[in-house]
Design a protein around this ligand. Structure first.
Ligand code: SAM
Length: 245
């Protein structure tokens, strides 16, 4: 990884906002999902949540590479997703066009926040609404009753970004845990090595401040084994040198 790319990635990581996220409940058009993820990356959201059928695939073209930088955590149920977000101390906001919804600009997004978005056809489920703290709405005065979900996401997330910028939240030291910074630096700075690591179930090495890898000789030897030699070795008994996962 050259020093310019390392500096660029570190600068991006320093602006990440781990206490801001979205949860997409069965958002089922993959270009919408990709567009939402792209906006999340743009405002510094490192991880998003999704409740969707397993067969769901994202149009990576629409994500323009953002999907490499934003982790997508899948959940089987909205109950599981909201439970995890609540355990992280987040307020849960449901984007829903209801009587009790408040204007999205009247929310304090400097608090730890998760915003729920619903499916294109039927919106957020009754179960999700019951789990949320507050419904929020983007006012509509035209003939259409709702916005495209990715457009709604962009408006709300940029309001959150505006508030957080004013509050100095993009001027703090990096909020991401070191282990997560190292994972992203390795996967994006050394994508070929990262792929080999995953294939061989080897741990990722730590990354030095100058971006070089802190790996010992044994790790490099394992990495350099051909696929055939690696498989033969696995049949003889799994490797224990790195604490197999
Ligand atoms: N018929 C659906 C309904 O009644 O909720 C409309 C779904 S809308 C196309 C898809 C998603 O976009 C919604 O579930 C919500 O997350 C978001 N959304 C769209 N327009 C919105 C608005 N004006 N205010 C808040 N969220 C909105």
């Amino acid at each position: 990884m050259n020093p310019e790319r390392l500096a660029r990635i570190r600068q991006m990581l320093a602006l990440r906002q781990p206490d801001l996220t979205v949860c997409m409940e069965e958002v089922n058009k993959s270009h919408n999902l990709a567009a939402l993820i792209r906006t999340c990356d743009a405002v510094g959201i490192p991880e998003v949540h999704a409740v969707w059928p397993r067969r769901m695939r994202m149009h990576t073209h629409a994500a323009k590479g953002s999907h490499y930088w934003v982790k997508v955590q899948r959940h089987e149920t909205i109950h599981d997703a909201v439970g995890q977000l609540r355990a992280q101390g987040m307020q849960i906001l449901a984007t829903h066009l209801s009587e009790r919804a408040v204007d999205f600009r009247n929310i304090d997004y400097t608090r730890p926040t998760a915003v729920l978005f619903g499916a294109e056809t039927h919106g957020i489920s009754a179960e999700a609404l019951a789990l949320a703290d507050q419904d929020i709405i983007i006012p509509m005065v035209g003939m259409a009753q709702s916005l495209n979900v990715s457009v709604a996401g962009a408006l709300i997330l940029y309001e959150a970004q505006r508030q957080r910028q004013l509050a100095g939240r993009y001027a703090q030291s990096c909020q991401l845990p070191r282990v997560e910074q190292d994972r992203l630096l390795f996967e994006r700075g050394y994508p070929v090595l990262a792929r080999v690591c995953r294939m061989k179930h080897l741990p990722y090495p730590a990354i030095a401040d100058d971006g070089s890898l802190l790996a010992d000789e044994a790790w490099w030897q394992q990495m350099q084994l051909s696929k055939a030699a690696w498989e033969a070795r696995q049949q003889d008994g799994p490797c224990t040198a790195f604490g197999d996962e």
